[in-house]
Design a protein around this ligand. Structure first.
Ligand SMILES: [Mn+2]
Length: 261
């Protein structure tokens, strides 16, 4: 039998190098062969430059996310985005702009496709409770994915910072998974990533195939202290996201008493 290849799928690091180091240490322990990064390397967290430098070196493939689009867009007016962009420098921005939008490969017979948000676009958000038609559209070939690969059997993505694994009843033999977020998890306050296992480039569907999720603690308080020391915009919102996994858009609502207005 062929040896199984172990692939780490990491996503949405968002300038959190502390969480990234925790994930990379775990990846080393598990004997991972390849690392795919699904984008949103910088922005929101304090250490975008370090994260980009590490990913350039450590990841076999880096995919373009919506924050990578936002941060490399030269006409973005938001002071917060500008703060993050200015720290990156021209070379890192040029590298981010060059990233592919999707990656396709074969693992134990299955055609695997990895993207940031959806096959429709980096800003098109898909949730596990989106309607069936929206979920099925994740498996289509589009301008974003290109048309030079067959439609995938397994699609993995990031973007929503919420990890899950969803096998379909109809159609059979299709799976959608979300790798969660390394540096800005909004489902539980831990660094999250996914591992795929199977025979690399193998055509046999009966070869072993696995998808799993990994949750890891890391020093959240040190990231918050660093963001505050740098006077990073929205450091307070980031603190609540990292400590409590409550999205900044939901924080005002969560803090408001239930019977208010
Ligand atoms: Mn993101």
């Amino acid at each position: 039998m062929n040896a199984l290849t172990r692939i780490a799928v990491i996503s949405d690091i968002h300038g959190n190098s502390t969480a990234l180091h925790a994930v990379l240490a775990d990846i080393r322990q598990r004997g991972v062969d390849r690392i795919y990064n699904l984008g949103d390397l910088a922005g929101k967290g304090p250490d975008g430059p370090e994260v980009i430098d590490i990913c350039q070196e450590m990841c076999d493939v880096n995919i373009f996310g919506n924050w990578d689009e936002l941060i490399t867009r030269s006409d973005s007016g938001s002071a917060s985005v500008q703060w993050h962009r200015q720290r990156l420098g021209a070379e890192r921005l040029a590298w981010l702009r060059s990233l592919p939008l999707s990656a396709d490969f074969r693992l134990s017979g299955r055609r695997i496709r990895l993207i940031h948000a959806s096959a429709q676009g980096v800003w098109h958000r898909v949730f596990p409770n989106s309607d069936h038609e929206t979920l099925m559209a994740m498996f289509e070939n589009t301008e974003l994915t290109g048309f030079d690969h067959p439609q995938p059997d397994v699609v993995g993505y990031g973007d929503i910072h919420h990890a899950f694994i969803m096998p379909f009843f109809i159609p059979k033999n299709k799976m959608l998974f979300n790798a969660g977020s390394v540096g800005n998890a909004l489902d539980e306050p831990r660094a999250t990533y996914a591992i795929l296992e199977g025979v690399w480039d193998g055509e046999d569907w009966d070869a072993p195939f696995g998808i799993s999720l990994v949750r890891l603690p890391y020093d959240i308080e040190s990231v918050i202290t660093r963001a505050q020391a740098l006077n990073m915009p929205h450091a307070d919102e980031l603190a609540v996201e990292l400590r409590e996994a409550i999205y900044r858009g939901m924080q005002a609502k969560a803090q408001r008493p239930l019977n208010a207005d």
